[in-house]
Design a protein around this ligand. Structure first.
Ligand code: ATP
Ligand code: PRP
Length: 230
């Protein structure tokens, strides 16, 4: 066996993850053609690179199919029930920072807080005969947040991407999504509720609590952890 390190297979998270490891003397590279999902780890023996969708890394860590993994804290908390029993955060990587927020149309001038949203949701149901739709891919986190915030009369509709477009497309009245610069929200005439974010997320290196390691793997993991100072 060997230690398996899961990292995002594309985009900004992949590049910045490669840079973060590289700065600590562990070189991650993609091997093969541009479209082939295989990679290599130089600088430490007994560690394999596994390129995965950021969204699948939580599940792979929980199952113990990878020993270490880089992904956003938002995805860990959304996808793993009792996440802290399944994975341990080893280091925040200082990129991929984004807030999970709830946003409503900017023209809803009297809706600025969760209390306002609750009132608007009740009025919406009264008027339209169905519950206000909030588009998101963060079903568990948002349901829990709205329950704690006392918002009741709503329904979640699933949106796996381009979530801010759902309001214009008339498939939702509000959205709950990740934002960093706020540009996508502004461009789609949405405003964030004046509340603490549901969650502040960033890219983080996690260790799986699942696998039992043999002596060689334990040594490889110790060597890697020492290099990374985690
Ligand atoms: N605009 C952003 N700025 C910073 N981080 C972001 C931004 N959008 C998303 N992220 C973070 O990037 C991580 C991956 O996001 P997402 O699940 O959207 O990945 P993806 O690029 O669609 O990949 P995949 O579809 O392969 O899972 C999440 O942890 C998320 O918080
Ligand atoms: O606040 P901003 O800086 O504008 O960033 C926010 C956007 O970034 C993410 O989308 P991504 O680009 O990952 O595409 P997606 O819609 O497919 O998730 C997120 O879902 C928002 O749409």
């Amino acid at each position: 066996m060997s230690i398996k390190l899961g990292v995002p297979s594309k985009g900004r998270l992949m590049e910045k993850t490669f840079d973060w490891f590289g700065a600590r003397g562990v070189r991650l590279t993609r091997t093969g053609s541009e479209r082939e999902y295989s990679g290599a780890v130089d600088g430490v023996e007994g560690v394999d690179l596994v390129l995965l969708s950021a969204g699948e890394i939580p599940r792979e860590l929980a199952a113990g199919r990878i020993h270490l993994g880089v992904t956003g804290t938002d995805l860990i908390r959304e996808k793993l029930v009792q996440w802290d029993q399944k994975v341990e955060p080893l280091a925040e990587l200082g990129f991929g920072q984004a807030d999970l927020i709830v946003a409503v149309p900017a023209c809803w001038t009297d809706v600025n807080t969760l209390d306002d949203l609750d009132a608007a949701a009740a009025a919406f149901r009264e008027r339209h005969g169905f519950r206000m739709r909030i588009a998101t891919k963060y079903h568990r986190l948002i349901r829990e947040y709205l329950r704690r915030g006392g918002v009741a009369d709503y329904q979640l509709v699933d949106s796996q991407g381009a979530t801010e477009g759902t309001v214009k497309n008339l498939t939702a009245e509000a959205v709950a999504d990740i934002t960093s610069t706020g540009e996508t929200l502004r461009a789609n005439h949405l405003k964030v509720l004046e509340e603490e974010p549901v969650l502040r997320s960033q890219a983080t290196l996690f260790r799986s609590r699942a696998p039992r390691l043999n002596e060689a793997d334990r040594l490889a993991l110790r060597t890697l952890s020492a290099k990374l100072h985690v």
